[in-house]
Design a protein around this ligand. Structure first.
Ligand SMILES: *[C@@H]1O[C@H](CO)[C@@H](O)[C@H](O)[C@H]1NC(C)=O
Ligand SMILES: *[C@@H]1O[C@H](CO)[C@@H](O)[C@H](O)[C@H]1NC(C)=O
Length: 469
């Protein structure tokens, strides 16, 4: 779920510097913000009449966009957005958008699906909005993970990044996100303008909130989208068990991720029919105000609005500790735990990685997910990072992820389940060759700014937040 705030902010700053020097970016022309419309005001996001009868993954409309880092620095790639048909939790048809970046000299037999961690239940935080030149950067995580996307573009992969939370931006419901990823892959694979081979190979990835989407895509793919040519999945810092994640986040620097998740799970595209009436009945006035604010604010604001607070306080909702034992809540939590059904086991090579000391998403839950999947015949490479926290591990793991992606496309990953522990806590800046050195140097800087095992986040989150915002 959480990418640390420090990581977002530090990377946003270093990223600006990194990409002015490494990407052949043109000086940004003056941009009129009014020309880039927020999703709620942009007719592109509205599906045409009759779209519900189209198959999941059908492209409903398309456009070219000017993609930009942080809304400011145009990226020198072709970029498109596709509105496509996907499916709500209750099976009804909905439409969402994916953004596709195609570098020069792209390999045409493959692409990467990158689920960015936007961790928000406000539609203005959809990555498809943040990726456009001139868009305000309310969704810093998406902006920052664009740095990682840039590495894949530089390596010759076309990258697609879907608005997997769907048209209402529902943060939390994994099944919705998983179908959003899979239908996004269908849409991109059939988008002729890219010149891709028929049924191209795909590796899907995501970290933290992005691993909710990726883990569920991996789980649902054998049943929901078995025709896709998926070669591998990569999921790091995976919130595999929502209950465990909730307890770990509650009353911490990251408790602000919980209200948008409650709001997201309560949307009509998720579990709204059962959950929304129950939630609105139990919220206090203050609690309702916090939930309402998550409908219009992105992750950074949400974190500050519910900093070190508990969702079990009776000042937030009237049931207190009993809240979680309500049968409606229990049913929603259960449906959002990965690795509870054998027929939802990934069938292609999957790389799962997690820091032992992850302070945001529990390690033990991810390990349990891996064990269940392995018992059920999955092919999982499970790497434990012994020296990082939640934010640092996304950066430390980058080189291992790139290797896995290469092997997965080549079909040379090991079969069966394997486990290893990594002790590294540094990145080698020339590991990807001199061409990518400047990007890795900036990521090394970011690691330094986070401290050993996120120590600077853990020791002084308030200070870090207030200095950086
Ligand atoms: C999820 O976590 C909760 C709380 O730690 C636990 O009771 C439950 O059994 C877990 N579910 C699964 C499927 O592991
Ligand atoms: C099913 O989900 C849609 C949103 O996609 C919602 O509008 C509709 O009310 C839901 N139907 C039921 C019966 O919950």
């Amino acid at each position: 779920m959480a990418l640390s705030l420090v990581r977002m902010v530090r990377l946003a700053l270093v990223g600006l510097v990194a990409f002015t020097s490494t990407v052949s970016a043109l000086p940004a022309p003056p941009v009129h913000r009014s020309t880039v419309l927020a999703p709620d005001a942009d007719p592109f996001y509205q599906p045409p009449a009759g779209f519900a009868s189209e198959a999941p993954g059908t492209i409903l409309s398309q456009r070219d966009i000017t993609a930009a880092f942080f809304g400011l620095i145009p990226i020198d790639v072709e970029a498109y957005q596709l509105l496509y048909r996907t499916t709500a939790v209750n099976g009804s048809a909905i439409a969402t958008v994916t953004t596709v970046f195609k570098p020069k000299n792209a390999k045409l037999d493959r692409f990467v699906s990158f689920a960015t961690a936007y961790d928000s239940s406000a539609t203005k935080c959809q990555p498809s909005y943040a990726y456009q030149l001139g868009a305000p950067q309310d969704s810093l995580i998406a902006s920052v993970e664009l740095l990682i996307i840039e590495i894949y573009l530089a390596l010759g992969y076309t990258v697609a990044s879907p608005d997997y939370e769907g048209p209402e931006a529902a943060f939390g419901p994994g099944r919705l996100a998983g179908m959003g990823v899979l239908d996004g892959i269908r849409a991109v694979g059939s988008f002729k303008t890219l010149g891709l081979d028929d049924n191209p190979m795909v590796v899907g990835m995501g970290y933290s909130g992005g691993a909710i989407a990726t883990g569920w895509a991996a789980s649902l793919q054998p049943k929901y989208a078995s025709e896709l040519n998926i070669k591998g999945w990569v999921q790091g810092g995976t919130p595999s068990n929502v209950t465990g994640t909730m307890y770990q986040l509650d009353n911490t620097a990251f408790s602000g991720l919980l209200p948008p998740a409650i709001a997201g799970l309560s949307k009509s595209t998720a579990y709204g029919a059962e959950l929304a009436p129950f939630i609105s009945k139990i919220m206090t006035a203050d609690g309702q105000k916090i939930l309402d604010s998550t409908l219009s604010e992105c992750a950074t604001s949400n974190l500050l609005a519910f900093f070190e607070r508990s969702i079990f306080e009776t000042s937030f909702q009237t049931m207190g500790e009993d809240f979680i034992f309500d049968p409606i809540v229990q049913s929603v939590l259960k449906q959002n735990s990965m690795a509870t059904n054998k027929d939802e086991t990934p069938t292609v090579p999957t790389f799962v990685y997690h820091a032992t000391n992850d302070e945001v998403i529990p390690y033990a839950d991810a390990e349990k997910m891996v064990n269940s999947w392995c018992d059920w015949g999955a092919n999982v490479k499970f790497t434990t990072y012994a020296s990082g926290g939640h934010a640092t591990t996304e950066i430390i793991a980058i080189l291992d992820v790139i290797d896995f992606v290469k092997d997965a496309f080549a079909g040379t990953t090991k079969s069966g389940c394997t486990e290893n522990t990594e002790l590294v806590s540094i990145l080698n800046p020339i590991a990807l060759g001199v061409q990518l050195e400047p990007i890795l140097v900036k990521l090394v800087d970011a690691l330094f700014n986070l401290g050993e095992q996120d120590s600077k986040v853990k020791s002084d989150p308030v200070g870090v937040l207030s200095t950086n915002l």
